[in-house]
Design a protein around this ligand. Sequence first.
Ligand SMILES: Cc1ncc(C[n+]2csc(CCOP(=O)(O)OP(=O)(O)O)c2C)c(N)n1
Ligand SMILES: [Mg+2]
Length: 485
Amino acid sequence: MSSQSVANLLLATLNAGGVQRFFIAPGSRSQALAIAAAKLESASKARATVRLDERSLGFTALGAAMASGKPVAVIVTSGTAVGNLMPVALEAHHSSVPVIFITADRPERLRGVGANQTLENQGGIFGFAARSFEIGLDATEGHIGSVARAALDAAAPVQINVQFDLPLSDGALELPEISPVLPEAKPETSAVHVPIDDSMVVVAGAGGEAAFEFAKAANLPLIAEPSSMARTGSPAIRFPMAALLERQAEIKKVVVFGKPTLSRQVQALIASSELWVERSLSHGDFDPHGNATVVADRLVPQGRASDDWVRSFNIEFELSERQQFVSYVWQKSDRLVLGASDLIRELDQVATPEPKEVFSNRGLAGIDGTVSTAIGIALERGETTLLLGDLTLLHDASGLNLTDIGELPLRIVVGNDSGGHIFSRLEVAQEIASEQLSRFFITPQQVDLAALASAYGWKYQLCNSIASLDAAWDVTGPVIIDYRL
Ligand SMILES: Cc1ncc(C[n+]2csc(CCOP(=O)(O)OP(=O)(O)O)c2C)c(N)n1
Ligand SMILES: [Mg+2]
């Protein structure tokens, strides 16, 4: 088969199986794939987005896949281009996001002989993070079809490494018609009953959306991380984590959904309690302290807790300045993306339970690719606010490049405290000299965010109070709001 017929067949099959977005970085070896994606777009069957930096590209795709729940494809050329996708593969693996990495390669005979832009082993480069399929020069239609089907059924990141020989493309070749590819039926899951009493709380972390229905049926207080999507109403609670320690003696049993990672106090509670865990489809098994009595596919409450028990978790408390800031952003946003680090933890304590769409890369909690992830979410879902720290913004500065992005209803709110504030909370902060803490951990930055915004064509608003934030809020995206903390 020619390069172009391989690319056409692969992309048309993926498209027939539900891939509606193709994310492409420019490259020569991948040209047949780009042409096939362009044809799908011209036929209004899919949308293509082109980004220069493969890491930003990959995270944008990740965001779109998270927001749509559908698989997306990422197309890159050979060489270091593929290496730039590693962080995305890792995050996607740990949060089960279906990203299909299609990596163009040179023919096998050119590996290890000094050929340009050729890795020794490009297929399988993501290791455990992405199952890898190879499409060689002698691939048949049947093989390409079965690779596409396996990629669609994976519900996790996969790599399809495709060898291309000269001629690398043929723009005149038409796409084949593929009949719809149906997903594999999911197996039934078995349920375990949990006896409910007044010594129990429910905890929801990333991927723990199902906690809400469980807690409601059981009438149990629900401690739901903002990015769990379970903090949508009563009985989810808003609770200062320090106060949780005072209740530790009374709380003897914890039911966990998803992967909670934000609060040490919650981890301490989990470690010292009797524990039930519902296996998260996206974030896997959770038992870091090795004390789970039950880990099941589905948990069903048996009985209800008393109203007094739930009510005892409704307490009033004062908000710090940082907390007032994050609380304002939470209240104003229906769709929110949260960067890793300190602000999401502040929000964890003060966010009022309300129906909202909240996203965060909690698979590995990296500070990389956050701007790009939010762009992918905004492209897919519309009006979006991204709340993140200044270092997290700078880490993905190249994600601000708006080439081929089109309209972007994204508001980036930076909690700017010049460096990694989170490190001042570490134990080590008490043990070393303040200059060392600053230089090796906090890493203060003096980047001119107004100039950065302008260089990439974003609007810019400087704020230093809730009142000024309120005034800046109505500026439409793409906008960077620089909130000085
Ligand atoms: C890719 C990656 N590198 C390093 C880290 C470690 N890390 C966690 S938080 C943080 C600092 C973040 O600072 P900022 O975004 O300004 O947030 P703040 O804590 O100040 O609110 C770093 C470097 C990480 N999580 N991910
Ligand atoms: Mg900071």
